[in-house]
Design a protein around this ligand. Structure first.
Ligand code: ADP
Ligand code: MG
Length: 389
């Protein structure tokens, strides 16, 4: 999408000229799934599929939002309205949450007039590529820029997480928002979600590329299962804390976990915690493997991540398993796994560039045969975080 098209769409919608255009990326995650809210590491990157936003100020106190991807009219509410929309999937909650929390900050009274906002996504919604974080961070950067707010990017990420937790009811961690807003071109972010320390690592894949595959099965019904996983890990942690001085499962290496896992006297909780611990260690090892140019090892760790998400975390499902398992059988594939919350959504595969077309053809066919409808394949670039364009 180019700027002219977006400004024209704004004008067609609101009947006046828009002021500024912004872009907010979606994300992939190389490895480190369901580790963020367990105080472990993640390794995501922002992608060139995302959400554009055109902003125009208003003289009154109305907020008027329009999404070029949603059937329906302009949604209007008052600047002071911080009520949660009753339908928790209603898309304006993502904007309202950010607005509410930024207004509550010390310099929040700088947000002293309304605005129009037109958004249009190139990122499929509900496909595990973080369209929700993309729109939260879009709102955050627009408010920061247009009203000159004193708020840094990691804090905006936190407010996005709070929006998911409190406005949408999903007890998700910090990864999605952090990846969208802190993204850096051609790099992935190695983030320790326990300490919030992070490091950019160039995505050095040589003759290989990352292919994104969507199951085209929305994961929207997965919220309650997601919240169950968060609760199960919390219960396991409490049992370990009776003997161990730890704040998060991410602080444990596998040896210590094995030594104390007898405390977790519940099979389900034991499996969930085992994934949180092993996935965190795999993520640390994977970044080291990439730095050492050991791409074969990186690929094996990515495969192991999927297996652990299947057996221990039980968040894959037939669609994601079909994508991963058929990817593993293709020539020139280093590794493949589901990404995001699971139960639908998307997967990634690291594929030799000269095998990419054959890969998409074969996996596409295997998916159609097993599931009955098509998967989608995306080639995305790794880009910078949310910004004005
Ligand atoms: P994901 O973040 O993986 O894409 P979520 O379920 O977390 O999936 O977020 C999807 C929700 O985000 C949608 O149900 C919708 O409310 C909102 N959303 C995403 N993209 C758009 C868009 N382009 N316009 C309006 N709402 C959107
Ligand atoms: Mg989301």
């Amino acid at each position: 999408m180019n700027k002219e098209e977006l400004l024209k769409a704004y004008k067609d919608t609101f009947g006046e000229e828009g002021k500024d255009v912004f872009f907010s990326p979606g994300r992939i995650n190389v490895i480190g799934e369901h580790t963020d809210y367990n105080g472990g590491h993640v390794f995501p990157a922002a992608i060139s599929l995302g959400v554009y936003g055109v902003y125009g100020p208003r003289e009154d106190n109305k907020i008027r939002l329009y999404s070029g991807n949603v059937d329906g009219d302009i949604v209007e509410f008052d600047l002071d309205d911080s009520s949660v929309e009753k339908d928790d999937r209603f898309w304006t909650n993502y904007f309202k949450g950010m607005l509410t929390y930024l207004k509550q900050r010390e310099d929040g009274n700088k947000i002293n007039h309304g605005f129009n906002l037109y958004i249009k996504a190139t990122l499929p919604s509900g496909s595990g590529l973080s369209s929700s974080a993309a729109i939260e961070m879009l709102m955050g950067i627009i408010l920061k820029d247009e009203f000159d707010l004193d708020v840094d990017r990691p804090t905006l990420a936190r407010l996005g997480q709070r929006t998911e937790n409190e406005f949408v009811g999903l007890n998700s961690g910090i990864m999605d928002q952090f990846a969208c807003i802190m993204g850096k071109k051609d790099s992935a972010i190695f983030l320790d979600c326990n300490t919030m320390e992070y490091e950019y690592k160039p995505l050095k894949l040589g003759d290989y590329e990352i292919i994104i595959m969507s199951t085209n099965k929305a994961h929207t019904l997965a919220d309650s299962a997601y919240n169950d996983r968060v609760a199960e890990c919390g219960d396991a942690l409490k049992k370990l804390q009776t003997k161990l001085d730890i704040k998060a499962l991410g602080e444990l290496d596998e040896d210590t976990f094995d030594e104390y896992s007898y405390l977790i006297n519940d099979e389900t909780e034991l499996k969930r915690a085992r994934h949180a611990v092993s996935e965190n260690q795999r993520t640390i090892r994977a970044t080291k493997a990439m730095e050492a140019n050991d791409l074969e090892k990186l690929g094996r760790l990515i495969d192991a991540s999927h297996v652990s998400l299947h057996y221990d975390y039980e968040v894959t499902g037939k669609e994601l398993d079909t994508l991963a398992e058929s990817s593993w059988k293709q020539p020139g594939v280093l590794g493949a796994r589901m990404i995001g919350g699971g139960f639908g959504g998307s997967a990634i595969a690291i594929v030799r560039k000269d095998k990419a077309e054959e890969f998409k053809k074969n996996v596409g066919k295997a998916y159609r045969d097993a599931i009955g409808y098509d998967a989608s394949f995306y080639d995305a670039e790794i880009v910078d975080g949310t910004k004005r364009i």
